[in-house]
Design a protein around this ligand. Structure first.
Ligand code: SAH
Length: 377
C-alpha cells in the first residue's frame, strides 16, 4: 500500500473510500463494505469490521489506517435523564455532546419539536422508557461568535471539527446508549459548541454521512446559526439539509448588536431577508430562538416588536430563559415573565414554545457547554 492512505476512515464518503480501496489494489466493492461497517454497523475498530477480509484489515492496519472513533472521556448524568458527554478528539482537544431522552410526555407526533414543548407550568417528569431522543452535536472546539450571554463564547475558538469528528460524536453516543437508527428514533440538533456555519463544508459533509450512512433522516435534523447570512443561502441550495433555526435573541439592531456583536456585520435586515428567501419544504417551518434576558429583551414591547419583525414568515419561536453561568452578567427572567412573553407572541399570531432547560444541573443546557469538568452543585 502506498503512503497516501488516510489516517482515519470516519468522515470519508463513498467516493473517498473507493479511491482508497483502488489505491490499495482491492476490488471496488470493498468501499461499500467499509462504508457499511463505519456508518451502519458503527464498528469502533477495524478488527471488528468482519465483513472485510482478514488480509485487507491487516493491510490497512499496517498502513496506519484506523477508524478514528472519538473517545468518551467523561459522562455527566442529570436528574432529568440528560447526559453530557465530554468527547476527546485525536489531538486531545475536547468537545461536548448532549443526549436528551424524551418520555411519552410532550409527544407531538411528527418528531419535529425535539427538545421543546408547550409550557407545562414547571411540571416535569423524568422520562422512564424514552420514545425518542435528541442528540445535541458540536461543530467546533469553542466558538468565535462572542454572544454575550453564552458560556462557550468565553473559550474563543480553537479549531473546526472535521466531518469525521462531527459524525464520530454521534456514533460514539449512539454506541454508548446502545441505540441504533434507523430502527430507533433519533433527532439531531447542531446546537452544541461552535457555530456550524463557520465550519460549513465539514458540517454539511457530516450531514450527508449521517443521512446516507447512519440512517438518520434530514427531517429529524436541525441546524442553528447565530446568523452567518451567506451560509443561510448556501444551506438553502443544498439538496440534503437539516431544518434551519436562527438565534435571533433581539427584535431590533441596537439591542442585537449589544448582545450579539456579529449583528454589526449581518444586521437584521440582511438576516430576515435571508430567512424570507429560504425555501421551505412541505410541512417545514423556520425556528427562531430567543434567549430571554431579564429586563434586557423580555418586555411586552420587545415581544410585539419581535412579532412584527417576523410577520408573515412560516416560523415558530423557541423561547429559552437564560441558563446562567459563571462570567455571564445577565439574569434569568421569572417564570411568569417568560409565560407573558409567550402570550404576547401567540396573541400576535406567532407560535411560541418555551424550551425546557435540559441538564442545567450538569451544565448541559443551551449556552452552558464549556467543557466544565466540575458539576454545578
Ligand atoms: N452557534 C449556533 C449554535 C449554538 S445553539 C447558534 O448560535 O445558534 C445554542 C443556542 O443556545 C442558541 O440559540 C443560543 O442563542 C442559545 N444560548 C446561548 N447561550 C445561552 C444561555 N446562556 N442560555 C440560554 N440559551 C443560550
Amino acid at each position: 500500500m502506498n503512503q497516501q492512505m488516510p489516517k482515519n476512515l470516519l468522515g470519508l464518503d463513498l467516493q473517498e473510500l473507493a479511491a482508497m480501496v483502488v489505491a490499495a489494489g482491492e476490488p471496488a466493492y470493498r468501499a461499500q463494505q467499509i462504508f457499511h461497517a463505519l456508518y451502519s454497523e458503527r464498528v469502533p475498530s477495524l478488527d471488528q469490521a468482519t465483513s472485510l477480509s482478514k488480509e485487507f484489515r491487516a493491510a490497512l492496519g499496517a498502513a496506519g489506517v484506523s477508524v478514528g472513533m472519538p473517545s468518551i472521556q467523561k459522562r455527566f448524568l442529570s436528574s432529568d435523564g440528560t447526559v453530557r458527554y465530554l468527547i476527546e478528539l485525536s489531538d486531545s482537544e475536547t468537545v461536548e455532546t448532549v443526549w436528551m431522552p424524551e418520555g411519552d410526555e410532550g409527544e407531538t407526533g411528527d418528531g419535529s419539536e425535539a427538545g421543546e414543548e408547550l409550557a407545562r407550568e414547571g411540571f416535569e417528569r423524568p422520562p422512564r422508557g424514552w420514545r425518542r431522543t435528541t442528540i445535541c452535536v458540536s461543530s467546533q472546539v469553542g466558538c468565535a461568535v462572542n454572544c454575550q450571554f453564552c458560556l462557550t463564547a468565553l473559550l474563543g475558538v480553537k479549531r473546526n471539527l472535521t466531518a469525521g469528528e462531527i459524525v464520530g460524536q454521534v456514533i460514539a453516543v449512539l454506541r454508548d446508549q446502545n441505540v441504533s437508527p434507523p430502527n430507533d428514533r433519533v433527532n439531531l440538533v447542531f446546537m452544541g459548541m461552535g457555530e456550524p456555519f463557520l465550519n460549513f463544508e465539514n458540517f454539511i459533509k457530516a450531514v450527508r454521512l449521517l443521512v446516507a450512512g447512519v440512517g438518520i433522516t434530514e427531517s429529524r435534523m436541525t441546524v442553528s446559526t447565530a446568523g452567518i447570512v451567506p451560509r443561510i443561502y448556501d444551506l438553502a441550495a443544498e439538496p440534503v439539509r437539516p431544518k434551519l433555526a436562527i438565534s435571533l435573541n433581539a427584535p431590533n439592531d441596537d439591542l442585537r448588536t449589544q448582545i450579539m456583536p456579529l449583528n454589526k456585520k449581518w444586521d437584521l435586515e440582511k438576516l430576515i431577508a435571508a430567512a424570507r428567501e429560504f425555501p421551505l419544504r412541505n410541512r417545514e417551518r423556520l425556528t427562531f430562538e430567543y434567549v430571554l434576558l431579564r429586563e434586557i429583551n423580555d418586555s411586552e414591547s420587545h415581544g410585539r416588536e419581535l412579532a412584527e419583525l417576523i410577520h408573515g414568515l412560516k416560523a415558530k419561536v423557541n423561547l429559552i430563559a437564560l441558563n446562567p453561568g459563571p462570567g455571564i452578567e445577565f439574569k434569568t427572567p421569572e417564570e411568569l415573565r417568560v409565560l407573558e412573553f409567550q402570550k404576547t407572541l401567540t396573541n400576535a399570531g406567532v407560535p411560541a414554545y418555551i424550551r425546557r432547560p435540559r441538564g442545567r444541573d450538569i451544565y448541559a443546557a443551551c449556552g452552558q457547554l464549556k467543557r466544565t469538568v466540575e458539576v454545578a452543585s
